[in-house]
Design a binder for this molecule. Structure first.
Ligand SMILES: N[C@@H](CCC(=O)N[C@@H](CS)C(=O)NCC(=O)O)C(=O)O
Length: 127
């Protein structure tokens, strides 16, 4: 008997959808942003503000190579800002952070699009 592969397409593929189908509540944000005033850093701040998410900021002085210190490499082994922690999870790479935040917290789709739509894939290309 052939496997019903088409069913895989019906599975929820994003965190938001998975939670929706499992009727799980949106997690409470516990976000710390490690950043400085650069375009990559600022774009994460903009998104956090757009989603009205609470967050703490730890300024990282990249002129003093703070981003290469051992404690920071535990947050981002790549040794660059921006990075975030959300509870025990850490996420680095500005594009990955944007995708993580909208997928986890933009339940009302204020600034993101439903998975699989034309708009969703257009955004992914820019990210
Ligand atoms: N592709 C990365 C680039 C990160 C990056 O290059 N960050 C710079 C500041 S914008 C940095 O930390 N520079 C210091 C270094 O590379 O040591 C992202 O989008 O997050």
């Amino acid at each position: 008997m052939s496997r019903p592969l088409f069913l895989l397409n019906a599975l929820p593929r994003t965190t938001l959808l998975a939670r929706h189908f499992a009727k799980m509540p949106t997690p409470t944000p516990d976000i710390t942003l490690y950043t400085t005033q650069t375009p990559n850093g600022i774009k994460v701040s903009i998104l956090l503000e757009e989603l009205s998410l609470p967050y703490k900021v730890v300024p990282i002085d990249i002129s003093k190579n703070v981003q290469k210190e051992d404690w920071f490499l535990k947050v981002n082994p790549n040794g660059r800002i921006p990075a975030i922690t959300d509870g025990k999870r850490s996420v680095f790479e500005s594009g990955a952070i944007l995708m993580y935040l909208v997928d986890t917290y933009d339940e009302e789709r204020k600034i993101s699009y439903e998975y699989g739509t034309d708009e969703y894939w257009e955004v992914v290309q820019w990210v």
